[in-house]
Design a protein around this ligand. Structure first.
Ligand code: ZN
Length: 453
């Protein structure tokens, strides 16, 4: 009967193995362009299936289309019930924008200064490697679990999950049956000055694309006054959007924890802007989080229009990215847009939902177990936890939708500066210390939640 401490000690001994395993995952390019055929997640899924098989662990591959397999593996519990905890991650990575800017070949998984560099090194193959290693260490030690542990790594997360968790949720919900889950999208340390704080990802802002069309009347440009040039309406709208003053809101649970960051004032819609201004000076990363979590954002991102250089354009289309707080409905967004676009002639818009805002409660058994796991994994008993809604979205929206309490929690080491990870950017990397601490976190968490012995 292995003690938890002996399992954690084995992680330290297995550091080289974890690093090499992570490198091998990064070296399998699973680039998701968003246009089929793409992803090639099967390459990494098959590699993992064989790796698990060598450890004596069964797994299952499931794909909506060839080449885009999801991988599912379960360590059953003695209770034969649905699993208690699900490790979530994804296998696809975003494309490399400019190879020449990278210090190393993005798929070489080169090590430098205690970090492994490569596309996907952080997002999301670090979490995936640590979860798989945790399962292997359980198996190697014949750990018995009272309640089952599940691992699901999905395809297509970077383009909406319609070949991954979204597809599994709709077509094979039994593969996701679990009480609790942990996924990317949280668990990162934030500097507070004196103490150590971590953000737990309890929810995600919603994302919409708004397509605004401006209609005019075309004419020959040499007699432009005989038409109506839609570009002027577009210009007015852009001005109005730039001047948009969103409602300020401090009702998210996050705002009850600002004391952690040595912010003394109780945040209200009235003082939040001055709190943000102060944070921007002391701790810009916190300033950005405060700003994103206190309002809906409306950001113009693309313009389309005009068909010929000598024709008055009849139609312009403006695309905006909108991020909503968990309680801001589509009706609310429409109200805001109507207000912003008021008085601009020939305008109409439609809204495409990319992701509905979602949230799990902060007071749960899983949150408590996460606090214990992180503390044990990095030997710190002074960690404060702050529930945060992230401005991006992940596959967690699918599992929250199925009623599974899901947190963004990735076991990052406190000395690993999260801004170095550069997910989606040039020179993406992960600190080796974080790979080790994440593996320990995943072990401690599952041992606790699933009743290991
Ligand atoms: Zn990701």
């Amino acid at each position: 009967m292995p003690s938890l401490q002996s399992l954690l000690d084995q992680v330290d001994q297995a550091t080289n193995e974890i690093v090499e395993f992570h490198q091998s995952l990064v070296r399998i390019p699973t680039v998701n362009t968003g246009f089929m055929p793409t992803g090639d997640e099967t390459d990494v899924a098959v590699y993992i299936k064989e790796w698990l098989a060598k450890e004596g662990i069964d797994s299952q591959l499931l794909a909506r289309d060839e080449g885009r397999d999801n991988i599912i593996s379960v360590l059953p519990g003695a209770d034969h019930e649905k699993t208690r905890l699900m490790y979530m991650s994804h296998t696809d990575v975003v494309p490399v924008e400019d190879w020449d800017k990278w210090r190393f070949d993005p798929f070489s998984a080169e090590i430098s200064g205690g970090r492994i560099y490569g596309r996907g090194a952080s997002d999301c193959k670090a979490l995936l490697a640590s979860q798989l290693m945790a399962m292997a260490i359980f198996k190697r030690n014949d750990v018995r679990l009272s309640h089952g542990l599940r691992l699901v790594s999905g395809a297509d997360e970077e383009h909406g999950g319609r070949w991954g968790f979204g597809w599994l949720a709709d077509n094979h919900p039994e593969t996701l049956e679990s009480e609790f889950a942990v996924n990317e999208g949280g668990g990162t340390p934030v500097e507070t000055g004196s103490s150590l704080a971590y953000l737990l990802g309890t929810g995600e802002k919603g994302r919409m694309e708004v397509h605004i069309r401006f209609k005019g009347v075309s004419a020959h440009a040499s007699v432009a006054w005989t038409g109506t040039n839609s570009s002027y309406a577009l210009a007015n709208a852009l001005g109005a959007i730039e001047g948009y003053e969103p409602d300020l809101d401090t009702s998210l649970e996050f705002f009850n924890h600002l004391g952690t960051f040595a912010i003394e004032d109780r945040p209200t819609p009235g003082n939040i802007e001055s709190i943000i201004a102060q944070a921007n000076e002391d701790n810009p990363r916190l300033g950005t989080i405060l700003r994103a979590l206190s309002r809906m954002t409306l950001t113009p991102t693309m313009i389309n229009g005009g068909i010929k250089s000598n024709s008055v354009p009849e139609v312009f289309e403006l695309t905006c990215d909108v991020r909503t707080l968990p309680f801001q409905t589509e009706e609310y967004v429409r109200e805001q847009l109507d207000k912003v676009l008021e008085g601009i002639p020939g305008v109409e818009y439609d809204i495409d939902y990319m992701s509905v805002p979602n949230e799990s409660p902060f007071e749960t058994e899983l949150a408590e177990a996460i606090k214990r796991a992180q503390s044990l994994a990095v030997s710190r008993d002074d960690i404060q936890w702050v529930p945060a809604v992230s401005n991006g979205f992940t596959d967690s929206r699918f599992t929250r939708n199925l009623g599974i309490v899901t947190y963004g929690f990735s076991g990052v080491h406190p000395d690993d500066d999260p801004t170095l990870s550069r997910a989606h950017g040039t020179d993406e990397s992960v600190g080796i210390a974080s790979l080790v601490s994440a593996t320990k976190c995943m072990i401690a968490l599952a041992y606790d939640m699933c009743g290991g012995s």
